[in-house]
Design a protein. Structure first.
Length: 350
């Protein structure tokens, strides 16, 4: 209950002015006059016009609030979709970092393996060179024995038997040469294919795959074009803006490196969208650059959402005040209508 006002009893004679104003004097035509009736009629017309104006104002405010609410909801939906896309892009960036690091390790190990196999191949070649030299000495010894008719050297016995066994084992070793060399060549081939599939860049001695601060996307500035899986990963890493950050994230860049082809900040006032110097201020061209969180298009949508959000607060206050005025005028109109009906000369003077 409101206790702001104190109500006193009406003083006697409070209705004297009404009595003086409102009378039932009979006119020459048999009717009667009443100045209160005429005054209230004028007031009713004025209140009716004001009430109609306020009603129209509230209707327009309600329609505008409905329109802006729907538009704000659409902005919010688009912002949510952009944020989802940004989250997915960041997840892809994380996976690219893992793949790139592992690819570099494989490339590094393959490069070292290739050099190791080449060294091993040289050792195998030297080994079989020694075997060929022994085989030649063995063949020379066999020729010498065949030309010697010494009866003490009986074939298959004694020293000749040991020599035959040695020759058999020597042939077995020689027989492995072709297969072993073929396998070494195949290993070098596969290692080089792995290297070329990952990157065509030569292995460097300063590569440290186990370094915790290793950056897998460092691009050499030698003017050469490199190909392979690592190049593809690095390209996508740069396209997705993985090295850039969102505004407010530590020391990361606060702005997008790629600007929109057409930047637009939306409507500059609370009025409906309309032409502005020949350009539609409501037009939004979804040309995105990564990272999305720092892109000017997302910033534009966010600004439009915030503008509509503030506009709804302002319009809601205006609608609330307009509804108060409407209710007050409706009450006044109802009171005047009832009062006029009571003092209507047509019903009161007859």
């Amino acid at each position: 209950m409101s206790t702001t006002y104190n109500y006193d009893a009406l003083a006697s004679g409070w209705d004297a002015k009404i009595a003086n104003c409102c009378n039932t004097n009979t006119t020459t035509d048999g009717g009667c006059t009443d100045c209160c009736y005429d005054t209230w009629q004028d007031q009713l017309k004025d209140v009716t016009q004001r009430a109609a104006s306020v009603t129209e104002k509230t209707t327009q405010l309600q329609n505008k609030i409905a329109f802006i609410s729907d538009r704000r909801s659409r902005y919010k939906t688009w912002l949510d979709e952009l944020d989802k896309a940004e989250t997915l892009a960041r997840n892809i960036c994380h996976q690219l970092e893992i793949i790139a690091t592992q690819a570099d390790k494989i490339w590094y190990n393959a490069s070292k393996a290739c050099k190791a196999i080449e060294t091993l191949f040289c050792m195998i070649r030297d080994f079989y060179g020694q075997v060929d030299f022994i085989k030649k000495r063995y063949d020379d010894l066999q020729i010498c024995i065949q030309k010697n008719d010494d009866p003490a050297l009986e074939k298959g016995k004694g020293i000749l038997k040991a020599l035959d066994d040695y020759g058999a084992r020597l042939n077995i070793i020689i027989a492995t040469r072709d297969a072993l060399i073929a396998q070494a060549i195949e290993a070098v081939k596969l290692a080089n294919l792995i290297i070329d599939a990952i990157t065509s860049k030569d292995c460097t001695c300063d590569f440290k795959p186990c370094d915790g601060n290793y950056q897998p996307f460092k691009t050499p500035n030698d003017g050469k074009n490199y190909y392979g899986l690592k190049t593809i990963i690095t390209t996508w890493y740069n396209v997705l803006g993985c090295a850039s950050g969102c505004p407010g994230e530590g020391n990361t860049p606060a702005v997008s490196t790629t600007a929109l082809v057409k930047k637009n900040s939306g409507p500059s006032t609370d009025e409906d969208c309309g032409p502005d110097n020949g350009d539609d201020t409501c037009e939004l061209t979804p040309i995105l650059s990564f990272p999305i969180c720092a892109d000017s298009y997302r910033t534009t949508v966010q600004a439009l959402f915030d503008k509509d959000d503030k506009s709804l607060v302002t319009l809601s206050k205006k609608l609330k005040e307009a509804n108060k005025d409407k209710e007050a005028l409706d009450a006044c109109k109802s009171s005047l209508t009832n009062a006029i009906a009571v003092v209507d000369p047509k019903s009161r003077c007859n």
